[in-house]
Ligand binder design. Structure first.
Ligand SMILES: C[S@@+](CC[C@H](N)C(=O)[O-])C[C@H]1O[C@@H](n2cnc3c(N)ncnc32)[C@H](O)[C@@H]1O
Length: 256
C-alpha cells in the first residue's frame, strides 16, 4: 500500500493524496484501520497501468487501475465502505437489495455489494466506464445472484431522463470519497436528492481534507438526517448513514 501511495503522490496533487494522514487515532482506530488496509495487496511494479488485489466477502478481488485519473485507483474510503458491508450483513443486508453506487471509480464497492447479493448499478463519468465495466465483469462473473450493471451518471446531468423518479427505487445509495476539490458539489447534492426516496439509506464514506468539506456536510444535513456510523481519525475518514428529511428544497448557494 505504502509504495503505491508514494508513486501516486507524484502524480496526484498533495491535496488529494491517497496516503492516509497521520492524525493521532485511538488504539482501537489504529487496530481496525490496520485490519482494513491489510485487505489490500499491492505489487511493487512501476507502471501507469497497475492492479491491486483486495480480500472482501470471502473473495479475492483484482482491480485494474491507472494512475492518471482519480477514478481509476481505489481510495481508502472504498476499503472502509467494503469492510463495513462485509461486517454488517445482518443489519445492512445487501441480499436482493436495489443498490446504486455513485462515483464508483474502479468498482470495488459495487463488486463487494454484488457479491453480498445486491442488484447493483455502478455509475461514474463516461471516461471511467470501460475500466469500471472490466473490473466488475472479471470479479463478479459466476459469483453473483444478480449481474451488476454499469451506467453513466454525471452528477446533476439528465437525472430525470436517466433515472426517472417513477422507477427509482433504491434501498441503498453507496458513495466513497465523492467530496473533494471538484467543482460539482452542488450537482452531487442534487444527485443524492434525486436518487434518495423515503426508504433509501445512503451509506457514505467521506474523507475530510478541507474546511469546505465540513461545509458540504452542513449543506447535506439540510436535506438528510445524517448519522455517524464510525470514524477513523487516522485516515480522516468518517462513515455516515443518511435518510432524506422529506421534500426540503436544496439550498442554492455553493458553499466555497
Ligand atoms: C476520489 S474518486 C473515488 C472513487 C471510488 N469511489 C473509490 O473510493 O475508490 C472520486 C470519484 O468520483 C467521480 N466523480 C467526480 N466528479 C464526478 C461527476 N461530476 N459526476 C460523476 N462522478 C464524478 C470520479 O470519476 C471518481 O470515480
Amino acid at each position: 500500500m505504502e509504495s503505491k501511495s508514494l508513486q501516486h503522490k507524484h502524480l496526484l496533487s498533495d491535496e488529494i493524496s491517497r496516503k492516509p494522514s497521520h492524525k493521532q487515532g485511538s488504539k482501537e482506530d489504529e487496530q481496525i484501520v490496520a485490519e482494513i488496509m491489510g485487505r489490500c495487496f499491492t505489487p511493487s511494479l512501476i507502471t501507469t497501468l497497475a492492479w491491486e488485489e483486495f480480500h472482501f466477502a470471502g473473495h479475492r478481488i483484482k482491480i485494474t487501475e491507472a494512475t492518471e485519473s482519480y477514478g481509476a485507483i481505489v481510495w481508502p474510503s472504498a476499503l472502509v465502505l467494503c469492510y463495513f458491508l462485509e461486517n454488517n450483513v445482518q443489519s445492512y443486508s445487501m441480499v436482493d437489495k436495489n443498490v446504486i453506487e455513485i462515483g464508483a471509480g474502479t468498482g470495488l464497492v459495487s463488486i463487494v455489494a454484488s457479491i453480498l447479493g445486491a442488484r447493483v448499478i455502478a455509475t461514474d463519468v463516461p471516461e471511467l466506464l470501460g475500466n469500471l465495466q472490466y473490473n466488475i465483469r472479471i470479479n463478479t462473473k459466476a459469483k453473483c445472484q444478480h449481474e451488476p450493471q454499469v451506467k453513466e451518471l454525471f452528477w446533476g446531468v439528465d437525472l430525470e431522463k436517466n433515472f426517472p423518479l417513477s422507477s427509482c427505487d433504491f434501498d441503498y445509495i453507496l458513495a466513497a470519497d465523492v467530496v473533494y476539490h471538484h467543482p460539482y458539489l452542488d450537482e452531487l447534492l442534487l444527485t443524492f436528492e434525486h436518487l434518495c426516496k423515503g426508504n433509501t439509506l445512503i451509506i457514505w464514506a467521506m474523507r475530510f481534507r478541507h474546511e469546505k468539506d465540513y461545509k458540504f456536510v452542513d449543506r447535506f444535513k439540510t436535506l438528510f438526517d445524517l448519522e455517524v456510523i464510525s470514524d477513523f481519525p487516522s485516515l480522516s475518514i468518517t462513515l455516515f448513514k443518511a435518510k432524506r428529511r422529506g421534500r426540503a428544497k436544496m439550498p442554492l448557494t455553493t458553499a466555497s
